[in-house]
Design a protein around this ligand. Structure first.
Ligand SMILES: [Cu+2]
Length: 73
């Protein structure tokens, strides 16, 4: 599970656009975007950097959230 912070999402269309961007690079990805908190949980074999790049291409700024317990790579 990768946790990303995504800024600039304002509506459900933005959520859809982010999900679509992730699924474009990994059709098997599981994406849970939370509009209220501006975050996304993504289950994917694609690396975090590539996910961030794909989301950036869709027009949103994503960054990796640091895990408090060092669980995330
Ligand atoms: Cu929107």
């Amino acid at each position: 599970m990768q946790q990303l912070t995504i800024s600039d999402m304002t509506c459900s269309h933005c959520v859809w656009a982010v999900e679509k961007a992730v699924k474009a690079v990994d059709p098997n990805a599981k994406v849970a975007v939370n509009l209220e908190t501006g975050s996304a949980e993504i289950e994917s074999t694609i690396g975090t950097e590539a996910l961030i790049a794909a989301i950036a291409d869709a027009g949103y700024k994503a960054s990796a959230e640091k895990s408090c317990c060092g669980g995330a790579a």
